[in-house]
Ligand binder design. Structure first.
Ligand SMILES: Nc1ncnc2c1ncn2[C@@H]1O[C@H](COP(=O)(O)OP(=O)(O)OP(=O)(O)O)[C@@H](O)[C@H]1O
Length: 442
């Protein structure tokens, strides 16, 4: 005989049990009072004992339910706290916390687990993208959601922030990953070639059209079309692109019949496209068609936690036995504003690798503008540092970030490197809003 299993939600069971107790208590008190009145007895003493009994049973049931629910959670917390990847505190500190603030402890471990899982997810699905910072992981979790759909994505971000890398990541995690990926850099197309580049042409359509040629739209059919630097597309071409986006059809230059296509579009720009719309240099209707799922990539200045991880990544990419980065060089890399973002960093690391003949990259191996970055902080574009205190704070913040990275994200290690107590370090981490978890290696 097959056994049937019924799964009832705890949200139903627990209210039913406690509701049942409340009803039972009311019915029994009513009956008791009725009985006492019929027999001319004082209901005070029996009511007191009834309350004690029902209270005791409810208390025991609550304990049992809590034990059943919390036992696996506590086991999970205990086991995960043993993992090196999660524990950034000494065991004694963990014990102290456990007895005083259990909810806080649970929340902290759950947050750490989620953090590590997102890092693992990022590395699994985007192996070429280094994204340890919270900001970038947030972007990638958005990208993960949109990748397997056919939704049009508009990637915004300064030059060198990795827009092309993200577009490739979307394609590789999409349902069209076995179909063509056609990329077109809109800055690279001369004005007179736009039409034949996109739509292709028939033989004899114009002088020099000696044979029929398919355009990018035709090549991208059933696949993905990445329009890089879309802000540089001429207005005339924008109108034609809009038709393909809306109706999925076009004609070859010199052609008479329409060709239907099924394309997933990804566009990217480093320009302020809303301002372009306001100025009339970008079509508003096309902007709305493209802006279905905008993804904004933060500049490297906004995710300083990624700088040294990216540096290590590029060092490992260049040579089999990569050099280390000296503390002073790390400090300079952290202090630079990186207007050219990841691309500029990549070039600086490549140059340093060539220049460096020792086992550690020193300040002198870095480009001139990076070497000057600590002094340049007086005119740092984002923060407009005015006073010496602000400059010192920025340097202190950078030193903490560097120590956290070296200490693998463990505050105890970082505090030792900095020669301060973990308590002081925790205070400063809070002050500068640094996320120590993002320095942990999964
Ligand atoms: N998160 C990252 N991890 C690893 N490499 C990165 C990352 N972001 C960017 N890069 C590298 O930096 C370089 C520039 O990236 P990419 O071309 O994608 O930037 P972009 O935003 O498209 O630049 P542009 O606007 O100038 O076209 C590439 O070599 C890319 O591999």
């Amino acid at each position: 005989m097959t056994q049937k299993h019924y799964h009832i939600s705890l949200y139903i069971i627990i209210p039913v049990i406690f509701g049942g107790f409340a009803i039972l208590a009311s019915v029994m008190s009513f009956r008791l009072t009725e009985y006492c009145m019929e027999h001319h007895l004082d209901p005070g003493t029996p009511a007191f004992w009834l309350a004690i009994i029902i209270g005791g049973i409810t208390y025991a049931c609550t304990l049992l339910i809590l034990w059943i629910i919390l036992r696996p959670v506590e086991k999970f917390i205990e086991e995960t706290k043993q993992l090196r990847v999660l524990s950034d505190r000494k065991p004694e500190e963990n014990k102290k916390k456990k007895s005083t603030d259990k909810i806080k402890e649970f929340t902290q471990v759950f947050e750490q687990v989620t953090d590590v899982l997102t890092m693992v997810e990022v590395r699994k699905y985007f192996p070429d993208i280094i994204a340890d910072s919270k900001a970038m992981r947030g972007v990638l979790s958005q990208v993960m959601k949109v990748a397997p759909t056919d939704t049009t994505v508009l990637i915004l971000g300064e030059s060198g922030t990795g827009k092309e890398l993200i577009a490739t990541g979307i394609y590789e995690n999409s349902l069209r990953k076995d179909k063509p990926f056609i990329a077109l850099n809109c800055t690279a197309v001369p004005d007179e070639l736009w039409e034949s580049e996109l739509f292709g042409h028939e033989k004899g359509a114009f002088t020099g059209a000696i044979a029929k040629k398919p355009g990018k739209f035709e090549l991208a059919n059933k696949g993905t079309f990445f329009l890089d630097e879309i802000g540089d597309m001429p207005l005339k071409t924008q109108a034609k692109l809009l038709r393909v986006l809306q109706e999925g059809e076009f004609e070859r230059v010199g052609g008479l019949h329409s060709i239907k296509v099924d394309i997933r579009f990804i566009a990217a720009t480093n320009k302020d496209i809303t301002q372009m719309v306001e100025e009339g240099t970008f079509r508003e209707d096309l902007y709305h068609r493209l802006n279905v799922f905008p993804v904004r990539l933060p500049s490297l200045r906004e995710r300083k936690e990624d700088i040294l991880v990216l540096t290590d990544h590029f060092l490992q990419k260049n040579v089999p036995e990569p050099a280390k980065v000296s503390p002073v060089a790390s400090q300079l890399l952290m202090a630079h504003a990186w207007p050219g973002n990841v691309r500029e960093l990549q070039n600086a690391v490549e140059r340093a690798t060539v220049m460096c003949e020792e086992d550690a990259i020193q300040a002198e191996h870095l480009p001139e503008n990076v070497k000057k970055s600590l002094t340049n902080q007086t005119i740092a574009p984002l923060k407009e540092l005015l006073s010496i205190d602000e400059k010192l704070e920025e340097i202190e913040k950078n030193l903490i970030i560097e120590a956290l990275r070296k200490g693998g994200g463990f505050q105890v290690n970082a505090a030792k490197l900095l020669g301060i107590s973990p308590r002081k370090l925790a205070h400063r981490i809070g002050k500068y809003n640094i996320d120590p978890k993002s320095f942990k290696k999964s």
